[in-house]
Design a protein around this ligand. Structure first.
Ligand code: ATP
Length: 264
């Protein structure tokens, strides 16, 4: 006998009112036997921007992918991930999306030969599948946030500039109407002026009420938009605090801000 799993069925309600939107409890991640993330405890409150900064290879993407349920095949995890108090153990990635998590991966993963608008609509596919009549209601919101995407709505995604592709990746994630948007290095490979624009948009996104978990190597830009920050070094949370205070922390200044170019 086979059991069909309904990915759109709501998770059982435990007690959610007091719980942070997202919380990890001693979350560990492994590639084979190698521990890439040591027990990590992070929290994101509703509507907050929380950043995880740290150098190349520190484990930032690993943490984000573990939370999203998107670790590669050789990856595994221990510990707990709670979304509004619900334990996500064994919950498939599609169901995590249905419950309000939206990941923008580092590689952006757009469909180059498809039009900008169709790439956006793909972001609402799960809502369409679930029978939501107004599944495309975020399109106007996305076009308001990114007028350039509106101008280029009929162009193939492959013709966009790097910055516009990042905007499209963000816009597509927003089409799912997430409670929490998880961004993996949105500034990667972009020119300083475009980075500035992307971070302004991230700040504006906050006003829409969506929470954001932002993984970044560009510590200066990330700390400027974030409410709270974690510093990840070689798989371990080395430091955490209110972002506006970490900007003045000597260790953060020496390691991440001292020599960093002012992009923001
Ligand atoms: P980056 O900014 O380069 O993406 P990061 O902080 O996101 O860095 P991760 O990509 O999470 O770091 O990598 C953490 C560690 O895990 C690194 O040592 C990396 O080489 C290793 N790693 C990442 N993916 C895999 C994988 N699929 N298999 C084995 N090791 C991996």
């Amino acid at each position: 006998m086979t059991t069909e799993i309904d990915i759109n069925a709501p998770l059982p309600v435990i007690s959610t009112s007091e719980a942070p939107l997202l919380q990890t409890r001693d979350l560990q991640a492994f590639y084979g036997k190698v521990e890439a993330l040591q027990p990590a405890n992070i929290q994101v409150g509703a509507g907050q921007i929380v950043t995880v900064i740290g150098p190349n290879g520190a484990g930032k993407s690993t943490m984000l992918n573990a939370i999203a349920g998107a670790l590669p095949a050789n990856g595994s995890l221990r510990g707990q991930i709670l979304l509004a108090g619900h334990d996500l153990a064994g919950v498939a990635i599609e169901k995590r999306v249905a419950q309000g998590m939206s990941l923008v991966p580092e590689k952006r993963e757009l469909f180059a030969s498809m039009k900008v608008e169709d790439n956006l609509l793909l972001g609402s596919y799960r809502r369409y599948q679930a029978g939501e009549k107004n599944y495309a209601d975020q399109l106007q919101v996305v076009f308001d946030l990114f007028p350039r995407l509106k101008e280029r709505r009929n162009q193939e995604a492959g013709t966009l500039s790097g910055g516009e592709r990042q905007m499209l990746a963000l816009g597509r994630a927003l089409m799912a109407k997430p409670q929490i948007l998880m961004l993996d290095e949105p500034s990667l490979g972009l020119a300083p002026l475009i980075v500035k624009e992307i971070f302004h948009i991230i700040q504006r996104l906050k006003q829409t009420g969506v929470a954001i978990l932002l993984v970044e190597q560009n510590a200066r830009a990330a700390l400027q938009v974030a409410d709270y920050a974690y510093v990840l070094e070689t798989g371990q949370i080395a430091l955490e605090g209110i972002a506006a205070e970490l900007v003045n922390d000597q260790r953060v200044i020496d390691t991440y801000l001292g020599l960093a170019k002012k992009n923001h």
